[in-house]
Structure formats: structure tokens, C-alpha cells
Design a protein around this ligand. Sequence first.
Ligand SMILES: [Zn+2]
Ligand SMILES: [Zn+2]
Length: 272
Amino acid sequence: MDGLRTLKALAPLTSFLKDSIIKEIERSLLKQASTLLDAEKYPRLRRLIRECARLLCLKRLPKVFVRPSNVLNAFTFGTDERAAVVINSLALKVLTDEELKALISHELAHVKSEHVLYHTIAEYLAGGVTLSASILGFAQVAAPIRLALLSWYRNSEVTADRASLLVVNDLNVIKSFFAKLLFFSGNLKKKADLSESGMLDSLLELLRTHPLYKNRVKRITEFYNSRRFIAVRRKIDLRERRLTALSPRCRFCGAKKPVTAVFCPECGRCQI
Ligand SMILES: [Zn+2]
Ligand SMILES: [Zn+2]
């Protein structure tokens, strides 16, 4: 659990607030509409999005957009029912297929774990509340709730990073993805991210939505070495094998077979 329930208890949202957020998002989307491109038009991205969504068992594909930008970034916003993912175009240029899958899975994990609405709010809070004043009255939100929200956000990032690793199944890919994220981020805090002074880091991290780079690497490495990772990954492998079994062709000899046949009528090998 990443504390979503605690957070909901701390900062309950009325449907009025939800509606306001949706309206605000639609407004800002409309403003950007001319620069957002439908990800469905990019065959490589389309294929990878579907692969990640299948591995993460998403119930529904969110809308995905590509935004022309020279900064490597992606984000998900909206509400949990109506989520949209925006991927900056630089990602298509500098990331390998596997790294791109790490990026996509991270965003899809936010959708799947229903992080989206609170993320949107946290972004507003972290961004100085200029947008939220009109929609949430969050300017008056007590500092402890604000910090709780940001701290929850960082935990939700760890959850999403875990989803990336589960999909990609290779720690080195995750590390190179994180490194590229930092390198191409255009982030002014880059120096702080790399600094070794722990005290400054923890102070900085307290006020951020995302955990610092080296903490992300540390946390994901811990997860990679955990029994939980092995168990969940095993489940994914099993499900994938079952899916391939449900194919009109044998996965060994390629002979035609009834979709539901577990054993190939030609070579007799078990498909699962
Ligand atoms: Zn995230
Ligand atoms: Zn066969």
C-alpha cells in the first residue's frame, strides 16, 4: 500500500472539487491542443504502450499524447476515471525500446494505482498553487497536509518505478533510463540531485514531488533484490505464457491449432 487511503482521509475531495479539476485540465489541454499529438500515430509507441498495458493488466488504455519538447519527461494527469499521459517527443529520440517501456510503464502504473487525481493536486501544490487557488482553495491547505501529500507523492513514484522494473525485468535498463532522465531533464536541481550531502538532500526532497535520483536507484535496487519482485514477476511470466497459449498457432512448430488447445495437434508440445 502506498498510503492512498490515509491520504484520502487527510484530504477528502468532494465531487465538486473533482469536477473543477476536470474543467481546469480540459481548459489547459485545449490551450495546448495544437501542440499535443496523438500517440496512436506513432507505430512504435502504440505497440509499446499496448505491451506495457497488457503486462500491467490495465483495464483500459488511457489517452496518450506526444508533446514536442527537448526535455526528457512524461507525466500523467486528470482524474482516475479520465487519465491522460503526455510523453515529450525527446523520449522517442533518446530512449531505447526497453527504456521507453520503463517510461510508459511508470506512467501507466500511476493510472492503474489510481494516483492520478492526487498527483494532479500535488503538482499544483508543488508548483506554487497559482492554478489551484481558483479550483481548490488549496492555498489554505495546512502545511502538514501539504507535506503529507508530497510525501505520499514520492512514495507513489517508488510504486511506479517498481512497475517499470516489473515490466522491463532488467535493473540495468531502469538505471540507464533514470540516468538519461537526469541527463536530459534540463532540471535546475540537477546539481542537488547529484550532491553527496545527505542533509541538504533530505531537506530538498521534503519539498519535492519526486524522490532524488540516487534514492530512486537505491529503492529500485532494493526491490529488485526482494522476494516480492521475484514472486510478482513470476506471475507475469505465467500469465504471458497462458496468453501465448491462446494463439491460433503452436508457439514451437508454428502449426495451426485450435485457440483453446493446450497441446499442439502437430508436435504435441504443451503451450503453457
Ligand atoms: Zn511518476
Ligand atoms: Zn507444435
